[in-house]
Design a protein around this ligand. Structure first.
Ligand code: ZN
Length: 366
């Protein structure tokens, strides 16, 4: 026996109710499922790009468009390389063949932001965002959605773009990965700066984008290994002396530490438990000398101009290689201004730190 919705074959999950057999693995996903998506008209052009791509982006974009309708593609693009722009050409090609594209994104906030951006690129198409709080409209030409909404689209997407497969909650989540399999009819396009070895060794065509559009090297973190208490002394020197006039993000491994440090240094903080997340982010974004304590919640998705980054206890196990690469990727993203540094403070040089440095140096050397 197999559940059509989530591919479950484990008999322990099935039970017989009054109205038939249920699957307990996916029964909590009990919303409306889509019968059919909007039909796509054949046109010469679908997208209006707001700016021109760099030569590197053009090359990768062409490759993805060429391969992406026939085989799975892994796009490994460094943080800040502009991975959204890389799949526009592929989406156009899919549209011209009346094929539907779904775009799965880990975070709800990013689904909403990206939908707005894509609306201005695909002006004549119906671009919709489907996530918690936005489930009234389910039929569109291009669907952006969180992983938990995938079950609404069984076999509906000819191409499924999986944005950051290594991010929570998709990473290592068997149910969500199975839902993606059910939703996707043909090919998957993975977009990430930090693919894990399972993905790299799976059956994918692997393309790289090693440089950001501004062509400068990625910022390689400066690693300072010292006693724990000494890390905090160094932090204070940087925050109130060296980076006094800069915008600084301070990453800490746990919510508890974020709270303690915030009280001690009298600085604002943001964690997954903060109720005023939007206000805190807005304040930080507006203040070019702002300081903000954060957990890994800000490791990806958000871009701040000319930001400096300090990681406390960077050898802690929550900071794996992908996390550290993403954190250091917050720095140096501005097109015009070359500004920003990254410091890892730790009591030893963990394997994750070493791998992170190796990966960044490798990108810079290509
Ligand atoms: Zn199921």
């Amino acid at each position: 026996m197999k559940c059509e919705r989530c591919l479950n074959e484990n008999p322990l999950y099935f039970y017989e109710g009054t109205r038939g057999i249920y699957c307990r693995r996916c029964i909590h996903l009990g919303g409306h499922q889509v019968e059919s998506l909007l039909e796509i008209d054949v046109k010469d052009e679908y997208a209006t790009m707001p700016f021109e791509l760099s030569e590197d982006q053009k090359r990768v974009s062409k490759l993805i468009a060429k391969k992406g309708l026939n085989e799975n593609v892994l796009v490994e693009a460094v943080c800040g390389a502009g991975k959204t722009e890389l799949v526009i050409e592929l989406i156009e090609k899919a549209f011209s063949q009346k094929l539907h594209v779904g775009w799965m994104i880990a975070r709800r906030q990013v689904v909403l932001q990206l939908a707005q951006r894509l609306e201005s690129i695909f002006v004549d198409q119906k671009v919709i965002a489907v996530c918690e709080g936005y489930t009234d409209v389910l039929e569109g030409h291009l669907v952006l959605l969180t992983a938990h909404q995938l079950y609404r689209y069984p076999q509906k997407f000819d191409v499924l773009i999986v944005d950051e497969p290594d991010a929570f909650p998709f990473k290592n989540n068997d149910l969500l990965n199975d839902l993606a399999k059910v939703a996707c009819k043909n090919t998957k396009i993975y977009l990430t700066a930090t693919p894990d070895s399972t993905l790299i060794n799976s059956n994918v065509y692997h393309v790289f984008l090693h440089r950001r559009p501004h062509q400068r090297d990625l910022v390689v973190p400066q690693v300072i290994i010292t006693w724990k208490w000494c890390q905090y002394l160094i932090l204070i020197v940087y925050l109130f002396r060296i980076y006094k006039d800069e915008r600084v993000l301070i990453f800490v491994p746990t919510i508890r530490l974020a709270k303690r440090l915030s009280t001690w240094l009298r600085l604002p903080m943001i964690t997954s438990q903060s109720e005023n997340q939007q206000d805190v982010l807005l304040d930080f974004d507006r203040n070019d000398k702002g300081k903000l304590i954060t957990t890994t919640i800000l490791e990806r998705g958000m871009t701040f101009e000319e930001v400096y980054v300090i990681v406390i206890e960077s050898n802690h196990s929550v900071f794996d290689e992908a996390s550290l690469v993403q954190i250091s990727g917050r720095v140096g993203r501005s097109f015009e201004k070359e500004k920003g540094e990254c410091i890892f403070l730790g009591s030893k040089k963990s394997q994750a730190i070493q791998k992170c440095l190796q990966r960044l140096r490798h990108h810079n050397s290509v």
